[in-house]
Design a protein. Structure first.
Length: 85
């Protein structure tokens, strides 16, 4: 992902934050996903909820809820990490 694309996603998140469709903790998770967890040049990242919570300064349960909100608004997509065999 180019920095300009990440900047556009962050700008959309800021607009949603201003419109009160996102909470500050939700935006903190989005910011952590875009700038602190994702490797440069890559679209995907694979953090666990505890890492996201630590980076955003919130509890793990709130991080799980924030990811659900971001997925429902279409800012991020989530894939299954583990498959049951």
């Amino acid at each position: 992902m180019l920095p300009s694309t990440a900047s556009r996603i962050a700008a959309t998140g800021r607009r949603l934050l201003t419109a009160r469709l996102l909470r500050p903790a939700d935006y903190a998770i989005l910011d952590a996903l875009l700038w602190r967890v994702r490797r440069p040049g890559r679209w995907d990242c694979d953090p666990d909820y505890a890492t996201l919570a630590r980076l955003a300064g919130i509890c793990r349960g709130r991080a799980i809820e924030a990811v659900r909100v971001l997925v429902s608004l279409g800012l991020i997509t989530k894939t299954r990490r583990h498959a049951l065999v």
